[in-house]
Design a binder for this molecule. Structure first.
Ligand SMILES: NC(=O)c1ccc[n+]([C@@H]2O[C@H](COP(=O)([O-])OP(=O)(O)OC[C@H]3O[C@@H](n4cnc5c(N)ncnc54)[C@H](OP(=O)(O)O)[C@@H]3O)[C@@H](O)[C@H]2O)c1
Length: 215
């Protein structure tokens, strides 16, 4: 499948690299098409490189792995190529302007996922994977137990497509559909606790597991 990846940071590279390994035709997107570091990475890893708009136009499915504070601006740059498509939103609204730990720039009665969806009603936004370190997003089997991932979004068909990629592609076994895009609030507000766990545990190799009662 043709897949676009908005963002050439650590998350974009991990997602893009995994998608190439799965046999997908991947285009990475940056602010400029001639970003030397991004071009070199794409060449080395079997991906294409372009602008955010190029990557969106390329993908039948598009991942948003852009910086949280610029998530809307990145989506607006990509918007012409996103109409009618599924945008898989991995961003977190982290504000580092006052140092560590970061605060949330959007929270409580709003979320970045909702802002993206409200700004682009023609796009099917699905929030997922923002709740854990990027290395684990594509390799949940690195953890000693099966853990849980969430999806949020208004479009059931879009969520089904994302679930299929998460399970068949990335190896997730426990995917909980939280409901519409407003449920992105909860997964984004998990970040302050994630950051404190990171500090307490001394590494990022952990995730949530939702344990149910016996049937
Ligand atoms: N790190 C993790 O494990 C992790 C886990 C879960 C969720 N997340 C979330 O995933 C997202 C990506 O994280 P990351 O650490 O890989 O990358 P990042 O450094 O947060 O973002 C990199 C991308 O943002 C773009 N960008 C930077 N400044 C910009 C600006 N002023 N205007 C427009 N675009 C700009 C960059 O464009 P260029 O390509 O042009 O440089 C680049 O593509 C974030 O929202 C983060 O919160 C991260």
């Amino acid at each position: 499948m043709k897949i676009g990846v908005l963002g050439t940071g650590r998350v974009g590279k991990v997602i893009g690299g995994k998608l190439v390994a799965l046999g997908h035709d991947v285009m990475m997107g940056s602010r400029t098409a001639d970003n030397p570091a991004a071009m070199a990475w794409a060449t080395d890893h079997g991906a294409k490189q372009g602008t955010f708009a190029d990557a969106a136009a390329h993908g039948e499915l598009v991942f948003h792995c852009g910086k949280g504070e610029h998530a809307l601006a990145i989506a607006m740059a990509a918007r012409p190529g996103l109409a009618g498509k599924v945008l898989i939103d991995l961003t977190n609204p982290l504000d580092f302007s006052k140092g560590m730990p970061p605060t949330l720039s959007v929270c409580n009665d709003d979320s970045l996922g909702e802002r993206l969806q409200a700004a682009m009603p023609e796009v099917k936004v699905v929030k997922t994977l923002n709740t854990l370190n990027c290395e684990l997003m594509v390799a949940p089997g690195k953890l000693v137990e099966a853990t849980t991932i969430f999806v949020s979004g208004d479009d059931l068909e879009a969520k089904a497509k994302v679930r299929a990629l998460l399970t068949e592609g990335f190896g997730w076994r426990d995917v909980i559909d939280l409901g519409d895009i407003t449920t992105a609030r909860g997964v984004e507000m998990w970040l302050p606790l994630w950051i404190r766990l990171w500090g307490a545990l001394g590494n990022a190799d952990f995730n949530l597991r939702v344990v149910r009662a016996k049937p």
